[in-house]
Design a protein around this ligand. Structure first.
Ligand SMILES: *Cc1c(COP(=O)(O)O)cnc(C)c1O
Length: 316
């Protein structure tokens, strides 16, 4: 048994979405992984339960990780570092052509309040984040620290264990679900769900909506996480990244407001808003394609709403 810390409030509930179910013609429920905690909320904490168990076992005193400037993963890592009494350095990708975001808001503000050391890098430099990790490790070690690198999105084989375990959790809560659909950004969540389903040999088919890149990219990415291709046990709904990573369209922002007002459920602009649009458009064009009982995995991201405050208030 792989070691695991207890960092998330589990199990997260599954709730019915009655009005949206009526509208969409399926039985739609939501697994509230946005409720894994207030400040560690979202999907990353499930992966971090496994990754940080390893970090502590190795005697680490500082975490290093990376992501976009408004990264949920970086915020969750920064908060957990503070909870465990560890240092934390974040390598944050600035938006294309822009300097570091000011004023800090959303996840960025929370990461800084949690005491993380923020290092902003251009999108160009970020492409070699593995190289940047190496340099940060060398620098921290030279200063007498014991750094532990958490991969981007927490998405490696060990981090994926978090969603293998989550699959068993959701299966016990709603064994009749036909599909479980979630947003995909670094592939670890989808890889974990596939792994969990393989282990138990039954349960809902994982369906992932990529919010960046394309299906081919993620097939390769998931193969590298699992050490094995997932061509038949993962469906990918490609074509819903819209304007691209962390860029919202008016249609996506309208949907976020619509779901908030219809069900009191808040989606986020970077991940779950795009995934939900993918779910709705798939059901509209191919009814029955996702089965009759559909579980939407809400992976969190609520603080991203504040980083989009301008566009969201203009669209109202
Ligand atoms: C990171 C993230 C995802 C994507 O999960 P991956 O495991 O990186 O594919 C989805 N939703 C939210 C809110 C996230 O922060």
């Amino acid at each position: 048994m792989t070691r695991r810390l207890q960092l998330a409030a589990l199990p997260t509930p599954i709730e019915p979405l009655h009005r949206l179910s009526d509208r969409l013609g399926v039985e739609l429920r939501v697994k509230r992984d946005d409720l894994t905690g207030l400040l560690v909320s979202g999907n990353k904490v499930r992966k971090l339960e496994f990754l940080l168990a390893e970090a502590l076992e190795l005697g680490a005193d500082t975490l290093i990780t990376c992501g976009g400037a408004g990264s949920n993963h970086c915020r969750a890592t920064a908060v957990i570092a503070a909870r465990l009494g560890l240092g934390c350095r974040l390598l944050l990708r600035t938006p294309e052509g822009l300097p570091e975001p000011k004023p800090w808001t959303g996840n960025l503000l929370l990461s800084s309040l949690a005491g993380a050391e923020l290092r902003f890098v251009t999108p160009d430099a970020y492409r070699d984040h593995e190289g940047l990790f190496g340099a940060a490790v060398a620098e921290l070690e030279a200063a007498g620290h014991r750094p532990y690198v958490v991969p981007e999105g927490g998405s490696n084989a060990l981090g994926a264990e978090g969603y293998a375990a989550a699959f068993e959790e959701l299966l016990s809560q709603w064994p009749e679900a036909d599909t479980v659909i979630s947003a995909m950004g670094s592939g670890g969540t989808a890889a974990g769900l596939v792994l969990g389903r393989r282990r138990v040999g039954r349960g809902p088919m994982p369906v992932a909506v990529n919010v960046c890149d394309d299906e081919e990219f993620f097939r390769a990415r998931i193969a590298s996480i699992l050490g094995d291709r997932a061509d038949h046990d993962l469906r990918i709904l490609d074509g819903f990244k819209g304007r691209g990573y962390a860029r919202s369209s008016p249609e996506e922002l309208d949907l976020i407001a619509d779901v908030a007002r219809t069900e009191g459920l808040f989606l986020d602009p970077v991940y779950t808003g795009k995934a939900f649009l993918g779910l709705m458009q798939t059901l509209a064009s191919r009814p029955g394609d996702l089965g009759e009982r559909v579980l939407f995995l809400h992976t969190g991201g609520v603080y991203g709403l504040f980083a989009e405050a301008d566009a969201l208030s203009r669209s109202r």
